[in-house]
Every structure is written in structure tokens, then in C-alpha cells.
Design a protein around this ligand. Structure first.
Ligand code: ATP
Length: 239
């Protein structure tokens, strides 16, 4: 179980996150929905050690405090982040990118099995394993980014707007793949503006507005909530 409790972040005088608490259990898909600038990326960066948290917050994985660790040790503990914009090495091949994801000690011994598992998850990458990442389509590059994160054998996979810039067809394929990642008992925290498809695969969801959690419910209830529909699903409110 991943638990972030009372996470606050300020950029100078600007308070970007205020007391945000989120949990993700093994094998659970949790969506975090929020408009541009709501603080979604800041939350992911705060819990992976990439931006400093204000005092008081706690981040634990299976009861172990990881919020005090440097980023590489947070990865070592089992949290993998797929950043917005993917963060691939453009001039390296698919296999080279994936292999770089196996650098944590926890993953080195099982690198071959992990690579097989990732290529099984993304058959198109198996076909293109020698191709230079830059020459792949956007959707395939996103698969390499997720595959690279999966190479660290994480307990929790966090994704920052993975569907951004993908065609509707590739989005559908991406969300289907995430549902398969869940089957491996990996917990997924999905930060998205694509509320419809996120809620369709998620178990639970949180709404983030101006740095605060303003709602938390099962994904099905959120998808049925008229306020959520009006704000995130492009459904006109009848009120
Ligand atoms: P987006 O969907 O646009 O990525 P987001 O929900 O991920 O939005 P954040 O990127 O976390 O939002 O930004 C939250 C707030 O913090 C915004 O007001 C943003 O302008 C501000 N912010 C983000 N990064 C910095 C930074 N490095 N320095 C100062 N302010 C920042």
C-alpha cells in the first residue's frame, strides 16, 4: 500500500499543494483528476522526491517511510514515475531505453525476466526492439516510457498524463495496457486530464483543485456525479 499523507508544497510564496492525502493499494488503479495547474505534476514530483515538501507530510510504501529518501532510493523502494513528456533517450534503441530502466538494485537480478514481461505487455515493442526511440510514433514512445518504468519492477507506477498528445485510438490502447499492468498486482496512480477513459479503468479517483483534494470516491460514482461530469467529462450540467 502506498500512502501519502498531508503533502504540501510551495514554490516561493505560491502554495501549489495543501495537505494532499492519497492512497494506492497493490493492484489498484487510482485516478487523480484536475485542470491545468491544479498541482497534479507537483504532487507526483513531491512524492518521488523531485520537489521539496513542506514539513509535516509523510509518504510510506507498505508501512516504510520513503518520503525522506532521495529520488533514486524512492525508485529503489518500488515507486516508478513516468514523467509528462516521457523522458526517453531519443537516440537509443527500444531495448537500450528499456534496459536503462533496470538500474535499481531491486531489478538488476531479474532484468531478463522483466524485459520479457514488458515485451509481452507491449508486443509492438518486441517487433521494434532495435528501432531508435525518436523514430517511433507517439503512442509507441509512451509504451517505451511505461515499459522503462516497469523494468524497475515497481510496486507502484505513477503516470503523469500518459495520454497527452495521443490519438483517440492510441489512448484506448494505452488505457487497455494499464489495465493489464494492474493484473501484475502493480498499483497505478494515473494523473490525467482525460477523465473519461481514466475513470473507465480506475477503481477510485481523487479530484484536485487549486492544490487541494476536493473529492474522493469510487471511479464509478465520480463518473456518475453531475459536478464531475460538468467539470471533467464535458457533459453540460442540466442545473
Ligand atoms: P498541468 O496539467 O498543466 O501539468 P498540473 O496540475 O500538473 O498542471 P502543476 O504543474 O503541478 O499543475 O502546477 C501547479 C501550480 O504550481 C501551477 O500554478 C504552476 O504554475 C505552479 N508551478 C509548477 N511548477 C512550478 C515551479 N517550478 N516554480 C513555480 N511555480 C510552479
Amino acid at each position: 500500500m502506498f500512502e501519502a499523507r498531508n503533502i504540501s508544497v510551495a514554490y516561493g510564496k505560491h502554495r501549489a499543494l495543501e495537505d494532499v492525502s492519497v492512497t494506492v493499494a497493490a493492484g489498484e488503479i487510482v485516478a487523480m483528476l484536475g485542470a491545468n495547474g491544479a498541482g497534479k505534476s507537483t504532487f507526483l514530483k513531491a512524492v518521488t522526491g523531485l520537489v521539496a515538501k513542506d514539513g509535516g507530510g509523510r509518504v510510506t510504501l507498505d508501512g516504510r517511510e520513503i518520503g525522506v529518501l532521495p529520488p533514486h532510493e524512492i525508485v529503489e523502494s518500488g515507486v516508478a514515475l513516468v514523467p509528462e513528456g516521457r523522458g526517453l533517450f531519443d537516440e537509443l534503441t527500444v531495448t537500450e531505453n528499456l534496459t536503462l530502466g533496470a538500474y535499481p538494485k531491486r531489478a538488476r537480478a531479474s532484468e531478463t525476466e522483466n524485459l520479457e514481461r514488458v515485451l509481452d505487455l507491449f508486443p509492438v515493442l518486441a517487433e521494434r526492439r532495435r528501432q531508435i526511440a525518436r523514430t517511433l510514433s507517439g503512442g509507441q514512445q509512451q509504451m517505451v516510457a511505461i515499459g522503462t518504468a516497469m523494468m524497475s519492477a515497481p510496486s507502484i507506477l505513477m503516470l503523469d498524463e500518459p495520454s497527452l498528445g495521443l490519438s483517440p485510438l492510441l489512448c484506448t490502447e494505452l488505457f487497455r495496457t494499464l489495465a493489464r499492468v494492474r493484473e501484475a498486482r502493480v498499483g497505478i496512480l494515473l494523473v490525467e486530464q482525460n477523465a473519461k477513459q481514466s475513470l473507465a479503468i480506475a477503481d477510485r479517483g481523487y479530484l484536485l483543485e487549486n492544490g487541494r483534494i476536493t473529492g474522493e470516491d469510487s471511479a464509478a460514482n465520480l463518473a456518475d456525479d453531475p459536478a464531475v461530469q460538468a467539470a471533467y467529462l464535458g457533459v453540460a450540467s442540466s442545473a
